[in-house]
Design a binder for this molecule. Structure first.
Ligand code: AMP
Length: 113
């Protein structure tokens, strides 16, 4: 279910433009507007939920589906030599959009500090 005041739900609905790289009935992958690496994509489930902590059993299945899809989507978009996945949850992690999303970072050697 989509949520009216959610930025990523609006992107899923096409009300806010995005550069999509992959879409199916369950998930959307688009380019991050402020990339933190040469390749920076965001994978979002089409079912709105805020946090990993809120996830129910069917949403956990959806997350599994996304994780199975991500390696080939990443490879097709410049991450053939590897990538890093990040999920920010809550204030300490700096989460700014409260619709679960997976950051896909790559296209370069990534710093690890
Ligand atoms: P987080 O801090 O984990 O909540 O990540 C939110 C991400 O969404 C940030 O990396 C932002 O740069 C990105 N972002 C915000 N607005 C947009 C937008 N309109 N299109 C694409 N990415 C966005």
């Amino acid at each position: 279910m989509l949520k009216e005041d959610c930025l990523f739900c609006k992107i899923i609905e096409g009300k806010i433009p995005s550069t999509k790289v992959y879409e199916d009935d369950k998930m959307l992958v688009f380019k991050d507007i402020e990339p933190k690496a040469k390749v920076h994509l965001l994978a979002v489930p089409k079912d709105h939920f805020k946090l990993l902590a809120d996830m129910n059993a069917s949403q956990a299945e959806l997350l599994k589906y996304m994780l199975e899809k991500i390696p080939s989507i990443a490879a097709e978009n410049g991450c053939e030599k590897g990538f890093r996945l990040v999920i920010n949850q809550g204030e300490d992690a700096g989460q700014s959009v409260f619709h679960l999303h997976i950051h896909i970072l790559g296209g370069q050697t990534l710093p690890w500090e």
